[in-house]
Design a protein around this ligand. Structure first.
Ligand SMILES: Cc1ncc(CN)c(N)n1
Length: 235
């Protein structure tokens, strides 16, 4: 199995759990509470601004000009996903992110960002692997949650965006590029295990991000998803 498939197969149980998270089920039923929408958009604006910096750092650390060249066109504008936020806010009659109070990152957001930059300090491939869950998890749940039939639920646009149904607004090809970079490299068994742990940790942060904004948690809860890191590593 190629390395990217190994990563994905270990994370699959977690993706199933994310799909069942009330944040996403409430999106599909148009019952997501305004407070959760506001908390999510605020935290995500902040998170994505930091993610853009981490992605830029990856391009700077690229081990070859070829890899740097592949990464360059993907360098995230901090507001490239703002249409997703605009759609969420519109559903609760807020027209712009600027109308929200200034964001202070909650502990989960801060921990996820710290995790990205901690992996930047390790090496290029650790950073690429840490960046992957953000790029991979959304299209994974979106393709499973987008309804097949026409709906008047205004929140479905948000899912369709991540299902790559509006490529002119947001192209969802970052995960493919990052996985390809990993697949073109040969890693020792122990390096593969390290990268797997980083990938799974990032996916766990994705679950926590929804949970923290859904319940507006202001403290960090370790391992409140029902699947443990050990179970995922050994699956
Ligand atoms: C936390 C988080 N993870 C992923 C995505 C989708 N790029 C996002 N907007 N925010």
């Amino acid at each position: 199995m190629i390395f990217s498939e190994v990563l994905k197969s270990h994370a699959e149980p977690l993706v199933k759990e994310i799909i069942q998270h009330p944040f996403l089920t409430d999106i599909t039923t148009n019952t997501l509470a305004p407070a959760a929408i506001i908390a999510y958009v605020q935290q995500d604006e902040f998170y994505l601004s930091q993610y853009a910096l981490a992605l830029k750092a990856a391009a700077d650390l690229a081990p070859s000009p070829t890899i740097a060249h592949v990464l360059m066109p993907l360098l995230f504008e901090p507001n490239s996903e703002s249409i997703a936020h605009t759609w969420l806010l519109k559903s609760i009659d807020i027209s712009q992110v600027e109308q929200l109070p200034t964001t202070v990152p909650n502990p989960t957001t801060q921990a996820y960002i710290d995790f990205l930059f901690a992996n930047k300090s390790k090496d290029f491939f650790s950073l690429i692997t840490a960046l992957l869950p953000c790029a991979w998890v959304y299209p994974e749940f979106a393709k499973q949650l987008v309804p097949q039939e026409v709906t008047d639920n205004p929140l479905i646009n948000w899912l369709q965006l991540y299902d790559n149904q509006f490529p002119d607004l947001l192209k969802m090809d970052l995960a493919t590029v990052l996985f390809t970079i990993l697949d073109q490299e040969t890693f020792t068994q122990s390096k593969q295990q390290q990268l797997l742990a980083i990938f799974l940790q990032g996916c766990i942060y994705e679950w926590h991000f929804f949970d923290a904004t859904y319940f507006q948690k202001t403290r960090l809860l370790a391992n409140t998803s029902t699947i443990t890191m050990e179970e995922l590593m050994n699956a």
